[in-house]
Design a protein around this ligand. Structure first.
Ligand code: IPM
Ligand code: MG
Length: 360
């Protein structure tokens, strides 16, 4: 039986970049015999406009049935004034929690061809290869109670709850240790244990799990220092594991080391093989519809999808090689353009990946 992918283009540049990934997928089906069924559904602002909800029941049901989900991006100014409980972002968070995708893998890999696109000095970033493992279904993003309440006297107060159970910390720690064991064997756990009890427990549990992984060298770092070290000497890191919110922030920071957030894919995984795959960037409403967005993070997310959820490492490797080839050929969307390379749009770089696929 062929596997099923649910495609959720979403908002802003989402539909444009997902269209390029679909071209790539269609090429793998037509030329290399990849067997896969593809369905499309609504999420985010597009779903709000059509149904009133950022995550319609039907979308969640289709996502549950699928082997993997490929998502573009959600959100935009059009929906920013809605109540926070029904904003586009809730669609994404609802998918993550509804599918129990607790482990978010965000690789920050610098392509040698893009060393000039980074704002950091070439010797600081060349050869960079970091994996950020972000906890995705807990912490302050989901903690209760939360809200905005009126105090006596009429002043308003906003509040959120940072909460982690031992079992939640343990399972994400295991994912991170397993990944580190297959890489250089170095894991840095990032917390704020000097101030926040929830992350004091985080440190305690990660340390405990670490006793089972003799081959992995574990270190701990406070998040403020980690942010600084990421831009000071990023190559000191192999794998980072951290909470939902710290991972959100640090992964954007790590993305910029690689030249552009437009290059970075991500995988969100649960206990089984199912996963959701998306570029780590947002919907970029400022450039939506202009045909200039970089679709490579989405195309690389498709590669991760094939590798992790569909058991198709050879197909994934073809995509990776094709992307590499296109960069070798000097084609660049504006976000990664530098002197001496050729500036192209979303559609052209997608087409170039398709052409390269035929030769890899
Ligand atoms: C991300 C995004 C999301 C997050 C938003 C869109 C809800 O920033 O995937 O990093 O905060 O997790
Ligand atoms: Mg983010």
């Amino acid at each position: 039986m062929s596997k099923k992918i649910l495609v959720l283009p979403g908002d802003g540049i989402g539909p444009e970049i997902v269209a390029e990934a679909i071209k790539v997928l269609d090429t793998l089906r037509a030329e290399y015999g990849l067997e896969v069924e593809v369905e499309e559904a609504l999420v985010g602002g597009a779903a709000i406009d059509a149904t009133g909800s950022p995550l319609p029941e039907e979308t969640l049901a289709l996502a549950r049935e699928a082997d993997a989900v490929l998502l573009g991006a959600v959100g935009g100014p059009k929906w920013a004034r809605l109540d926070i409980s029904v904003r586009p972002e809730k669609g994404l968070l609802g998918l993550r929690s509804g599918l129990e995708l607790f482990a978010n893998l965000r690789p920050a890999l610098l392509y040698p061809q893009l060393v000039e696109a980074s704002t950091l000095k070439p010797d600081v970033v060349s050869g960079l290869d970091i994996m950020i493992v972000r906890e995705l279904t807990g912490g302050i993003y989901f903690g209760e109670p939360r809200g905005i309440r009126k105090l006596e006297g009429g002043e308003k107060e906003g509040f959120n709850t940072l909460v982690y159970r031992e079992s939640e910390i343990e399972r994400i720690a295991r994912v991170a240790f397993d990944i580190a064991a297959k890489r250089e064997g170095r894991l840095c756990s990032v917390d704020k244990a000097n101030v926040l009890e929830a992350t004091e427990l985080w440190r305690e549990v990660v340390t405990r799990v670490g006793k089972e992984y003799a081959g992995v060298e574990l270190s701990h770092m406070y998040v403020d220092n980690a942010a600084m070290q990421l831009v000071r000497e990023p190559k000191q890191f192999d794998v980072l594991v951290t909470t939902n919110m710290f991972g959100d922030i640090l992964s954007d920071c790590a993305a910029m080391l690689t030249g552009s957030i437009g290059m970075l894919p991500s995988a969100s995984l649960g206990e089984g093989g199912k996963g959701m795959y998306e570029p780590i960037h947002g919907s970029a409403p400022d450039i939506a519809g202009q045909g200039t967005a970089n679709p490579l993070a989405t195309i690389l997310s498709l590669s991760m999808l094939l590798r992790y959820s569909l058991g198709e490492p050879a197909m994934a490797a073809r995509i990776d090689q094709a992307v590499d080839q296109v960069l070798d050929d000097g084609l660049r969307t504006p976000d990664i353009w530098s002197e001496g390379t050729t500036r192209v749009g979303t559609d052209s770089i997608g087409d170039a990946v398709v052409v390269a696929l035929r030769y890899v």
